[in-house]
Design a protein around this ligand. Sequence first.
Ligand SMILES: NC(=O)c1ccc[n+]([C@@H]2O[C@H](COP(=O)([O-])OP(=O)(O)OC[C@H]3O[C@@H](n4cnc5c(N)ncnc54)[C@H](OP(=O)(O)O)[C@@H]3O)[C@@H](O)[C@H]2O)c1
Length: 428
Amino acid sequence: MTKNIEIAILGLGNIGSEFFEILQNNLPEIEKVSDTKIQISKILVSDINKSRNLEIDNNIITDDPEEIFNNTNIDIVIELMGGINPAYSYVLKCIESNKSVITANKDLIANHGKELFSKAKSNNVSILFEAAVASGTPIISTLTRDLSYSNITSIRAIINGTSNFILSEMEEKNSEFNDALKLAKDLGYAEPDPTNDIEGFDARYKLAILSSLSFNTEIDFNDLYVEGITNIDSIDFQYAKELGYSIKLLAIAEKNEQNILARVHPVMIELNSPLAKISGAMNAVEIKESMLGTLIIQGPGAGASPTSSGLLSDFISLLKNKSNLSENIPTLNKKFNIVKIENLESRFYLRFIVADQAGVLSKMSNILGEENISIASVIQKENINLDKKWAELVFMTHKSTQSSINQALKKINGLSIVKELKSLIRVE
Ligand SMILES: NC(=O)c1ccc[n+]([C@@H]2O[C@H](COP(=O)([O-])OP(=O)(O)OC[C@H]3O[C@@H](n4cnc5c(N)ncnc54)[C@H](OP(=O)(O)O)[C@@H]3O)[C@@H](O)[C@H]2O)c1
């Protein structure tokens, strides 16, 4: 029997407008496949007088959220306002008034996911958020539905399109960081204030969500190590190429026994590996699972149309799920220790500016040796400045711990022959 469903949308900005249009244009088909009659009852905005380039009945636009919370006929709310406040309290009120919620809001899920999941469960409604990570690329449903009974051991992801665009420009066109950033802004890939993207904070939110779902545990994004891409120079790409690597901002989470190490930072990754080939604003997530092996999902990481695709797939799955709405809500009931970056074992690329004189290499090598760090290769370029006083020295180490590297760097920084450590990049 055909069901009648009323829905509300919170927010009619970039994503809300596109989603509204796509929904309108596809309504007959969606109604047919889901055997549902759909009515868009209310759309919440902050300014009802704003002119909007949409064919829309003005009577359904409101700036009063109570009209949505108190309307018992509304079954599904799609939250597209962004930010944490008031989105958090609005979503909570919707769930408490027995409405299922679909959201594209990663900040909301990273900060309040566990609480919202358990509220939704106890009210027997759903909360779906496919579009919150990698826009419409189906990574959330893969983790929460297809791999819900799996043993995921690691994820490695390129989940910030802005940073990946900038690094790709630096690699492919030899651009300097600031020029690549300016181009990203001009093309709409970077916000006027790009801090969240280039400092890795956006990727850290998304990693907290992906690792929580992968390992069925609550992960606080504040516990995850984060380092952005602002210290990468174009010359690092030249050395990386010489050594057989690309440079990417990766979000990595690894699980062993009782421990999880999760981190966002630039890495050198072998040029022929699949993640090294993800170029421009694309996103990709590589999942290692004990039975499946390695799975890679790649797709657009942003944009109104891909995001609407993720929202639509959540919407249709809700419409089709007529019995247990809270079925696919993650439980996050396992316990792990979140270990610090100092425990990381990795190879390291270290680029120093040092005095161009005899004995420098041996002094630095001795210090690395004292900390049990073995050197895989050294590249020395002389006379990098006009007064010919300084040279550039690059070490590639064998596997070592981050804490040994930190100890060695403390000692090396105390040497008068070392002007500065220009780059430290971990190697995957
Ligand atoms: N942009 C992307 O590529 C992308 C990709 C994936 C996920 N997302 C997520 O999608 C969400 C929406 O992003 P967006 O780019 O569409 O944002 P946006 O263009 O800034 O739109 C926000 C909308 O919410 C309304 N709004 C904001 N605060 C409100 C309040 N206090 N009360 C009532 N309405 C309020 C605004 O109303 P007015 O129209 O009246 O100003 C506007 O319509 C965010 O969570 C974002 O992270 C975006």
